[in-house]
Write a protein that binds this ligand. Structure first.
Ligand code: NAD
Length: 420
């Protein structure tokens, strides 16, 4: 399809996502329990923007003429890779699905997308929308099913040229093995995190830092890949800051995800809830202090809700500081100096996101340079848009979603070397 025609289809898809925002958000929330308030912005709101971004980008990327000797013409063509396999998780299926689909389709590929077992409704609706907007039959295929069945088949397929994935490290490792065992397809992984949020005593506004840090871990019940799940606080303000943060957490209304006044929704599944509670039990065994929460709540509703939980006296080696909980559980550690903060911040296998709160510009730059992560937020936590890449270093992954950097994944380069 000509780029101009592709652009038209993708803009129409964005229009329809905007027009059906509430329906799409509710479909997702019924699957995964995210509070509707947040889902509306993060899911259809973000997905429509992503479709528009790549619709606009697709006719602004050119091939190249290489600076060869004069008797040769070296052309570098950008070609679609062919078939893209995409496997996505249950948190933010529409947003993350769009991060893969929009650039893959914009680049001229066809896509086979496998949603998570517990969150496929909004992506199935998106596939219908794409068809209704003129995407040719067969260009987008949404295949639901178990990861170990449908996901594995997709990852092992010799017909898939590039595999893009968001999910856990354990599955990411398998996908690399499937690629090695099949056709050596390129595999791009967006994995988990254990992101440090570092608060210095000279933060410009500690009350604001406490408020934003609370949302940085507790929104969507902590089921956010970039959640600021490790709070590192300068020792001189440790007790005061933890108490301010606990006050913010206590104010959050946890409840029915479909109620627009709920600020924190439900845990995705019983397995996930039990896993979260297991982290609390282990923290107690390791001598950590449960400063707030730690328990299941609203059990009588039949839903899986958990109190925003703050665990203090956590050392970098403790389980709750090392492993991703993917729940509303914050691990707090005190630090004494910039070097100490950097050492603790980097004492993890992950490298997805981080936060730094300080009014010292030099310190902010030193921390941004020193923390190994895909994104470092300064005097805020969690902001982003389509213009900047999202991806991890270390065991948080090897690829990026969003921005023009993500677009490159969906092209092959072909050289034409012509003797003149
Ligand atoms: P998961 O790895 O269990 O599942 C993700 C997807 O992989 C699902 O669609 C699942 O069906 C599929 N899958 C599972 N086993 C498979 C197999 N053997 N072969 C092929 N596919 C398989 O992860 P999850 O629990 O759904 O999601 C939570 C994880 O995702 C967390 O670790 C979180 O940090 C991460 N995440 C990362 C980002 C990011 O951008 N880096 C964003 C959101 C979530």
């Amino acid at each position: 399809m000509a780029p101009a025609a592709r652009k038209k289809v993708l803009h129409k898809v964005a229009d329809r996502i905007e027009a059906e925002a509430l329906e799409l958000a509710v479909l997702g929330v019924r699957d995964n329990g995210t509070e509707l308030n947040m889902a509306l912005k993060a899911e259809p709101g973000s997905a429509a923007g992503t479709f528009r971004y790549y619709a606009e980008a697709l006719d602004k990327v050119y091939g190249e003429i290489a600076p060869t000797a004069p008797d040769v013409l070296g052309l570098v063509h950008r070609e679609p890779v062919g078939v893209v396999g995409a496997i996505v998780p249950w948190n933010f299926p529409l947003m993350i699905g769009a991060w893969k689909l929009a650039p893959a389709l914009a680049a001229g590929n066809s896509v086979v997308l496998k949603p998570a077992e517990t969150a496929s409704l909004s992506l199935l609706r998106l596939a219908e929308i794409c068809m209704e907007c003129g995407l040719p039959d067969g260009v987008l295929n949404v295949v639901t099913g178990q990861g170990s069945v449908a996901g594995e088949a997709l990852a092992l397929s010799h017909d898939v040229d590039v595999l893009v994935f968001t999910g856990s490290g354990a599955t990411g490792r398998r996908l690399l093995q499937y690629s090695a065992a099949s056709n050596l397809k390129r595999v791009y992984l967006e994995l988990g995190g254990k992101s440090p949020n570092v608060v210095f005593a000279d933060a410009p506004d500690l009350a604001q830092a406490a408020k934003v840090s609370a949302m940085g871990i507790f929104r969507n019940s902590g089921q956010v890949c970039v959640a600021g799940s490790r709070l590192l606080v300068e020792r001189s303000i440790h007790d005061d800051f933890v108490s301010m943060l606990a006050d913010e957490a206590k104010k959050l209304r946890v409840g029915d995800p479909l109620d627009l006044s709920s600020q924190v929704g439900a845990i995705n599944s019983e397995t996930q809830l039990m896993g979260n509670l297991g982290f609390v039990e282990d923290a107690i065994k390791e001598g950590n202090t449960i400063a707030l929460g730690g328990s299941r709540i609203l059990e009588s509703t039949g839903g899986y809700y958990m109190e925003p939980t703050i665990i203090t006296d956590v050392a970098p080696g403790h389980r709750v500081a090392r492993e991703e909980v993917f729940g509303p559980v914050l691990a707090v550690t005190a630090f004494d100096s910039d070097e100490d903060a950097l050492r603790i911040a980097n004492s993890t296998d992950y490298g997805l996101a981080a936060g730094v709160w300080t009014s010292n510009l030099s310190r902010a730059h030193r921390m941004v340079a020193g923390i190994r992560a895909g994104v470092v937020h300064v005097n805020t936590y969690g902001g982003s848009d389509n213009t900047v890449p999202l991806g991890g270093v270390k065991q948080s992954g090897n690829g990026h979603d969003k921005s023009m950097h993500a677009f490159d994944k969906y092209f092959d380069l072909k050289t034409a070397w012509m003797q003149l």
